[in-house]
Design a binder for this molecule. Structure first.
Ligand code: SF4
Length: 359
């Protein structure tokens, strides 16, 4: 259905103030609206009782707050919840609630599908359908916080769902600014982690952002040959260029860049790989997150044995690298890393995807 209503979910606070200006509203009305939408999770104007009845009627005539609709909610035996959310154009995305104590985390998407085509990732097999708008990115947080009773509690956000956030840079950064607003959810950038395959121009832009999320680089290999096979954008942004951008990245005190390394049996899990990884990360304040693969039909790789993972981790630890092995969450509901996929997306060929990426 075509609608001419202005969508308040897409507006930063100053844009909302401008939209209300000239409609007989004051700036504080924008702040009130932000509080209702983000802090209380209310998107109908009628219950916003600290606004006058006349204003609520006027708002309902001219505005809407579009919000992703929950169409799937699967609970894993480990407490992880995978949500399937339907957008206004009926496209579907996934977002995951990971209730680790002490921190609660929402893993959210930045695109429908993904153009990066990583060889071990089901989302990559979908191809890119479209970018999410800023409102669709923040909408996932609103919906998940409401559904899990977290609106009044601190939580972390990881941009590790479907999509490559730096491939949808402007909308992603706008979403982070909206989520940071003190009149909304007031989420500190320290609670947000942006995970990227390493789009170098995006990393350079990110380095100049006033609101700087934590950075995670999906490395996954220690030679360009192997990485290009696993993470095709490596052809354009090879290891040396990414690590150079990381060395120049203006890290805050005591913070480090996380390097994610999905472990594939017999492919990138040898002691030589571990030693090369140590050398590559020299001079970077780094920590390494090892992610033993979550095998899935259609993915031509296997999970390494625990012994192999431990040996790899030990080599890193012996050389003073901080290393963790990610516990796999939600495998029984296919909510684990690289397993987010929504059937029925418009498929593009690998060549089309790369063309889009290289623009
Ligand atoms: S691993 Fe991330 S960047 Fe790679 S295809 Fe999957 S969603 Fe995209």
């Amino acid at each position: 259905m075509v609608t001419s209503l202005l969508d308040l979910a897409e507006l930063e606070l100053h844009e909302l103030e401008a939209a209300l200006d000239g409609r007989g509203c004051e700036k504080f009305h924008a702040r009130q609206l932000y509080r209702w939408i983000y802090k209380r999770g209310v998107t109908d104007f009628a219950p916003m009782t600290d606004l006058s009845r006349a204003l609520r009627t006027q708002l309902a005539e001219e505005f809407e707050v579009s919000t992703p609709r929950i169409v799937g909610d699967d609970l894993s035996i480990d407490g992880t919840r995978k949500f399937v959310l339907e957008l206004a154009d009926t496209r579907r995305i996934e977002a995951v609630f990971i209730p680790d104590t002490p921190s609660m985390t929402f893993c959210i998407s930045t695109q429908v599908g993904c153009a990066m085509a990583c060889g071990f990732c089901l989302t990559g097999k979908m191809g890119l359908v479209r970018h999410l708008t800023a409102g669709e990115i923040t909408g996932q947080v609103r919906v998940l916080a409401g559904a899990t009773g977290m609106l009044d509690h601190p939580f972390n956000i990881v941009l590790m769902g479907m999509g490559e956030p730096l491939h949808n840079y402007d909308n992603t950064m706008k979403a982070l600014r909206v989520l940071h607003s003190e009149h909304g959810l007031a989420i500190s950038p320290r609670r947000v982690t942006l995970s990227t395959v390493g789009i170098v121009p995006g990393l350079e832009r990110l380095a100049g952002e006033p609101l700087m999320p934590n950075l995670a680089i999906s490395l996954h290999a220690t030679t360009d040959e192997q990485r290009t096979e696993l993470v095709p954008p490596n052809r354009k942004y090879p290891l040396a260029a990414i690590l150079d951008a990381c060395r120049r990245f203006p890290l805050k005190q005591r913070s480090r860049i996380t390097f994610e390394y999905v472990m594939l049996a017999g492919v990138n899990d040898t002691p030589e790989d571990a030693r090369r990884l140590v050398k590559l990360l020299a001079g970077i304040r780094a920590k390494v997150n090892l992610i033993p693969l979550n095998p899935a039909p259609g993915i031509p790789y296997e999970r390494p044995s625990d012994e192999r993972v431990d040996r790899f981790a030990q080599i890193l630890a012996d050389r003073q690298l901080t290393v963790s092995v990610r516990k796999s969450r939600g495998r029984d509901i296919r909510a684990a890393c690289g397993q987010l996929i929504v059937e029925g997306g418009t498929k593009k060929s690998a060549a089309q995807q790369m063309a889009l990426l290289m623009r």
